[in-house]
Design a protein around this ligand. Structure first.
Ligand SMILES: Nc1ncnc2c1ncn2[C@@H]1O[C@H](COP(=O)(O)OP(=O)(O)OP(=O)(O)O)[C@@H](O)[C@H]1O
Ligand SMILES: Cc1ncc(CO)c(N)n1
Length: 283
C-alpha cells in the first residue's frame, strides 16, 4: 500500500553524540519531511573524539527488527550505513532482494576519527552481495579506493571510479564524494548514463563528523519522494553545504554538522541562534 507521506528506513550503527549514524539519518529525514524509521546493526560508544567500543547486535535480533518494519510500514527507500560484518550484509541482502525498493548504500568503513567500522573481510561481501542491489552507492574517496582496489588523486580519477562502480560492480548509480580532496570538494555522480559534478566552496572547519551519513540520508529522502538520482544528489549537496556552513561548535573533537543549517540560509545573523557561520569564521 502506498503511504500518503514518504517513508525511509535507515539500517546502521549508532552515535550517542548525535552527529553520525542512525541519529544523523533520522534528523535528516525529519528535516526533509520524510517519515524516518531505523534498524540498528551495532551500538557504538563514540563521540566527536573517536570510538571507545562497539557491540554488534545478534543476527536474529537484527532480523526481528527488520521484520517488524517490513511487515508493518514498508518504506519507500532503504538506506544502509555502518554494517560491520559479512553475516549482517547477507541478512540485509536477502531483505533487499525480497522487495523492489530503491536502496542507497553509504559504504561506511572508517570514521573521521580513523576508527574502523567494518570488518576487513566484510569489504568483499559488500562488493559481492550488496553493491549490485543499490540504486546508488555513496563512497568517499578512501572507500571508493577500497571498492575498486585503485588510487584516486583527481576529479578524473573520481569520474572513472564512479563509472566503474556502475559498470563493473553492478550498482545503478554511484557518487564519489570529494570531502577528502585537499581543495574544492567536488562530488562526481555517474547515473548509469552520464557524469555530473557537484561542487561547493570548502569550509576550513573541523566540524564534519557525520557529513557522509547526512548526505546519503538526504539522497534517500529525496528518492523516497520520487525525485531522480540527479535531483536527489543535487539537493543533498546543498543540504550538506549549509549544514557545514552553519556549524554548531559542539564537542571536543570533530563536531557534528547542523542538520537545520538549510533553514538558516538567508536569515540575518541575529535570528540564527548560537551557530557559527564558517564563511565569516577565521579558523
Ligand atoms: N570542509 C568541507 N567543506 C565543504 N564541503 C565538504 C567539506 N567536507 C566534506 N564536504 C562535503 O560533504 C559531503 C560528504 O563528504 P565526505 O567526503 O566528508 O563524506 P564522509 O567521509 O563519508 O563523511 P563521514 O565519514 O564523516 O560521515 C560531500 O558532499 C563533500 O563534498
Ligand atoms: C555509526 C556510525 N556510522 C557512520 C559513521 C561515519 O561518520 C560513524 N562515525 N558512526
Amino acid at each position: 500500500m502506498k503511504h500518503s507521506i514518504p517513508t525511509a528506513l535507515s539500517i546502521a550503527g549508532t552515535d550517542p553524540t548525535g552527529g553520525a549514524g542512525i541519529q544523523a539519518d533520522l534528523k535528516t529525514f525529519q528535516e526533509r519531511e520524510v517519515f524516518g524509521m531505523s534498524v540498528i546493526t551495532s551500538v557504538v560508544a563514540q563521540n566527536t573524539l573517536g570510538v571507545k567500543s562497539v557491540e554488534h547486535l545478534p543476527i536474529p535480533f537484527i532480523s526481528d527488527q527488520l521484520n517488524c518494519v517490513m511487515s508493518d510500514i514498508v518504506p519507500d527507500v532503504i538506506k544502509t550505513g555502518m554494517i560491520a560484518t559479512s553475516e549482517m550484509m547477507e541478512l540485509i541482502a536477502k531483505v533487499i532482494k525480497n522487495h523492489s525498493i530503491p536502496y542507497v548504500i553509504d559504504p561506511v568503513m572508517v570514521a573521521k576519527s580513523g576508527d574502523h567500522l567494518m570488518d576487513a573481510n566484510a569489504k568483499q561481501t559488500l562488493v559481492d552481495k550488496l553493491i549490485r542491489l543499490a540504486a546508488i552507492v555513496t563512497p568517499n574517496i578512501p572507500e571508493a579506493e577500497v571498492l575498486l582496489q585503485t588510487k584516486i588523486n583527481s576529479v578524473e580519477d573520481s569520474e572513472n571510479a564512479a563509472r566503474q562502480i556502475v559498470t563493473e560492480l553492478g550498482a545503478k548509480a554511484a557518487v564519489v564524494k570529494g570531502g577528502h580532496f585537499s581543495e574544492v570538494p567536488i562530488d562526481v555522480l555517474y547515473d548509469g548514463n552520464s557524469l555530473h559534478e557537484f561542487s561547493s566552496i570548502r569550509y576550513a572547519t573541523k566540524h564534519t563528523h557525520g557529513t557522509g551519513c547526512t548526505y546519503s540520508a538526504v539522497i534517500a529522502a529525496e528518492l523516497a519522494k520520487g525525485h531522480s538520482i540527479q535531483e536527489s544528489v543535487s539537493i543533498a549537496k546543498k543540504f550538506i553545504t549549509d549544514a557545514i556552513q552553519f556549524s554548531l561548535q559542539l564537542g571536543k573533537g570533530n563536531g557534528p554538522t547542523n542538520h537545520w543549517g538549510h533553514r538558516l540560509q538567508g536569515l540575518p545573523e541575529y535570528e540564527r541562534g548560537d551557530v557559527t557561520d564558517e564563511l565569516s569564521c577565521k579558523n
